[in-house]
Design a protein around this ligand. Structure first.
Ligand code: FAD
Length: 398
């Protein structure tokens, strides 16, 4: 089911879902190849494209959320179709948009009316870009090890200290969902051994709060153009109104949205795999036509068939995970399976596409080498694939 024509999708998706895919295609077609390459090369976040995606014309900023707080009222299958298309075309804002949606989820689930009115409406319209701050220099896979601390001051507000790292949209966002360890005492002492003391608690932190700073920016191998960086809290003052959920609910807040986020990542990875496959096919067809190589040279036909099978299998699993979300039966395990398989497939297809095309595979205009670099991150973020496999096994064994 290569989603190359919407006709081929009838029966698999309803007209509303196909409508969202069409919107994503129109959006992607509005970005030139030169812009796609520049965002990667220059490592610059395209705020203008993010705002365009959130405009009423596209309504992608809060696609899978109800209309109550300005969401578009679409389902998760539709959002996955958009993400697949954005991955396929390497749309420069794809990852920031995914994280923007991921960061709204905790506010929908744990926020109060004031927080929803203030942050969701602004996020929906693209007035505010949201980011998600969980990972720290000493706490990646092991989220229970976070050391960023929060203490309550005399006025009942919170004072945060610590550093979050590898934060997508970090240098561009307007607010952040931040998990910190709430200390019992008000004397400001940092937890002696990060994991022993304090309850992990979630906060909404605005970039203009006193004591908030942007730290080191990263010039990464892949996933460039997302202003990924450290965010730093130096006695950062967070008003008591910005506590998200209850004290000690921070991991619940974080993990609940990651289960959906992994389906978003899976859809992006399917798009990458499809994008690499598209480019590989186009290039080979040209070579066949020009008589440069014969159709089955070097087992290429079998190789291509194999890559197409794997891409389709990853797609089926990804949309199964999305459909479970829409059926209000989200499965953390199926989401983990989809994210693991789709990111491994994206890595495999882009690697094999380069093997098949040789030098051509390294041409930035074909996007294969870009996908190859980006796909590596797909295997790492929102939980490494090794950890996902452990979670799947744990679910089987329980
Ligand atoms: C491009 C990019 C964007 C990101 N964006 C964000 C963001 O917006 N917000 C955010 O909070 N984070 C973000 N991250 C961080 C990301 O979620 C972490 O990189 C990820 O959770 C893995 O943590 P780590 O890199 O510290 O690896 P580690 O946890 O140090 O793992 C290193 C290796 O050890 C393995 N390992 C770890 N623990 C175990 C175990 N118990 N058993 C077996 N193997 C284990 C891992 O699988 C991995 O192979 C981003 C990362 C990248 C690369």
């Amino acid at each position: 089911m290569s989603p190359s024509s919407t006709g081929a999708l009838a029966g698999k998706f309803n007209s509303e879902q196909i409508g969202w895919l069409e919107k994503a295609r129109v959006f992607a077609r509005g970005i030139t190849q030169a812009e796609v390459i520049a965002s990667d090369k220059e490592n610059v976040f395209r705020r203008d494209l993010f705002e365009k995606a959130c405009s009423p014309e596209f309504g992608l900023g809060s696609l899978p959320f109800p209309t109550t707080y300005g969401g578009s009222g679409g389902d998760y299958v539709s959002f996955s179709l958009v993400n697949e298309e954005f991955g396929r075309r390497c749309v420069p804002i794809m990852s920031s948009l995914g994280v923007h949606v991921l960061s709204q989820e905790p506010i929908y689930r744990f926020g109060n009316d004031e927080q929803k009115n203030k942050y969701l409406m602004a996020a929906t319209s693209g007035k505010m870009l949201a980011a998600f701050g969980l990972t720290e220099p000493n706490a990646g896979s092991d989220t229970a090890a976070i050391e960023t601390s929060a203490k309550i001051d005399a006025a009942g507000n919170y004072v945060l200290n610590g550093t979050k790292t590898f934060i997508t949209s970090g240098a561009s966002a307007d607010f952040y969902i931040v998990m910190a360890r709430l200390l019992d005492s008000t004397d400001g002492a940092k937890p002696e051994s990060g994991r022993k003391s304090g309850q992990i608690t979630a906060f909404i932190v605005e970039r203009n709060f006193a004591g908030f700073a942007i730290g080191q920016k990263f010039d990464m191998l892949g996933m460039r153009g997302y202003s990924t960086c450290e965010i730093v809290f130096n006695d950062c003052l967070v008003p008591k109104e910005n506590l998200l959920g209850a004290h000690g609910e921070g991991r619940k807040v974080a993990l609940s949205s990651l289960a959906k986020g992994r389906v978003t990542i899976a859809a992006q990875c399917v798009g990458w795999a499809q994008g690499a496959l598209d480019a590989c096919l186009e290039s080979l067809q040209r070579n066949y036509r020009d008589g440069i190589i014969s159709a089955d040279a070097g087992g290429m036909a079998a190789k291509l068939g194999d890559l197409a099978v794997q891409t389709e299998a990853a797609r089926v699993l990804t949309f199964q995970a999305a459909r479970l979300i829409d059926a209000k039966e989200p499965s953390v395990t199926v989401a983990a399976m989809a994210k693991t398989m789709a990111s491994d497939v994206a890595m495999k297809v882009s690697t094999e596409a380069m093997n098949v095309l040789g030098m051509d595979g390294l041409n930035p205009e074909l996007l294969i080498e870009r996908i190859f670099r980006d796909a590596k991150a797909g295997q790492i973020y929102e939980g490494t694939n090794q950890i996902q496999r452990m979670l799947i096994a744990r679910d089987l064994l329980k």
